[in-house]
Design a protein around this ligand. Structure first.
Ligand SMILES: [Zn+2]
Length: 195
């Protein structure tokens, strides 16, 4: 029995960066851009506000770029404050490096299990004979965005278990994966649950 879970972003992550005005380290972006064109050169920034004092930080998207070297469509998206563009840019490691920022995804994602229960505790539904004879479930976890999270947390949430219960399943060899279940990752993986 194969289940598919999806880690879905629900809003933009917080931007981690020190505020020069109040020393807070968290900014929230509404996805608005500022574009400044000077002759043929263009600058563009993604605007973010300090969560404590409201100070504006400008995250560089384009820096003195020749208009003709900017990929078609990007200028329109910047001018339109395209809501998907901020998400794409924040996930771009080059943008994060250039602006020396990191992201805080706490509370900005959810796990969509499609209603599946890999523990197969049943809700009066007949078990498939295959699942019953094998007594195991394979779960494929897909990331809709590169959100760093520990697999143990996803398994706990998806199966309705406590962290301690998940740790016990690992210790008993009932929860196995080729990835390290205790380390953060942000790419697709699968795990098997024996029950
Ligand atoms: Zn501040």
């Amino acid at each position: 029995m194969l289940n598919t879970w999806v880690v879905m972003p629900t809003c933009l992550p917080l931007v981690l960066r020190r505020c020069h005005a109040c020393a807070s380290e968290r900014f929230r972006t509404s996805g608005k851009f500022r574009v400044n064109a000077n002759h043929k050169l263009i600058d563009a920034w993604l605007l973010a506000l300090c969560t404590v004092c409201g100070e504006t930080a400008k995250l560089t998207v384009l820096e003195r770029r020749n208009v003709r070297s900017v990929q078609p469509g990007l200028l329109d998206r910047l001018h339109d404050n395209d809501p998907g563009l901020a998400a794409e840019l924040l996930q771009d490691p080059a943008v994060r490096r250039r602006n020396r920022i990191a992201l805080d995804w706490d509370g900005a994602w959810r796990l969509d299990t499609g209603g599946s229960d890999p523990l197969d505790r049943g809700r009066g539904l007949p078990r498939s004979s295959e699942a019953e004879s094998l007594g195991k479930s394979d779960v494929s976890v897909r990331f809709a965005a590169r959100i760093p999270v520990r697999p143990v947390r996803l398994v706990a949430e998806g199966c309705g278990l406590s962290r301690a219960e998940v740790e016990r399943l690992i210790a008993e060899g009932k929860l196995v994966s080729v990835v390290r279940l205790n380390a953060r990752l942000s790419g697709d993986f699968t795990f098997t649950l024996k029950h």
